[in-house]
Ligand binder design. Structure first.
Ligand code: FES
Length: 159
């Protein structure tokens, strides 16, 4: 079953909704369930380091996807881009007091959304991109394509 932390974030998600003039956006999907996630970031700069000044998400996912996205935004807020790049699904699940095994893939979706938004920002700005982040981007692109195929096959609307 879900922990009380999951239920709390599900009922009162933080940083959910649109963002005006984001510096970067991402769209990722999960082919296992056909769910999608959009992530928006604003990037600030302090002491010569870029950091996540603001982050919001929208998801067409399940309760666990909403809770993991909410907690992901809390974990990423104020972090440097490099720190945020290293937030993984295990960190997200830990913050929520654990997730049922069958729902671990949902935390993947929010971590992927965050990583992909940072990738897009760095690419746009001509910043160095680590091999690890490039790898995450390639996987995110492939899984998005597969998710779109799944959604099409099952006639799922995105909006
Ligand atoms: Fe799809 Fe959770 S079942 S994101």
């Amino acid at each position: 079953m879900y922990t009380k932390e999951v239920m709390e974030h599900f009922k009162n998600p933080k940083n959910m909704g649109d963002m005006e003039n984001p510096d970067a956006t991402s769209r990722v999907g999960n082919p296992a369930c056909g769910d999608m996630m959009e992530t928006y970031i604003k990037v600030g700069e302090k002491d010569g380091e870029k950091y996540i000044e603001d982050i919001k998400f929208k998801t067409f996912g399940c309760a666990a996807a909403i809770a993991t996205s909410s907690v992901t935004t809390e974990l990423a807020m104020g972090k440097t881009l490099e720190e945020a790049e290293n937030i993984e699904e295990e960190d997200i699940a830990r913050e929520l007091g654990g997730l049922p095994k069958i729902k671990m893939h949902c935390s993947n979706l929010s971590a992927n959304g965050l990583h992909e938004a940072i990738y897009r920002y760095k690419k746009e700005e001509g910043m160095d991109i680590s091999e690890e982040l490039k790898k995450k981007h390639t996987i995110a692109q492939k899984t998005l394509e597969k998710t779109e195929e799944v959604r099409k096959k099952h006639g799922l609307d995105e909006d």
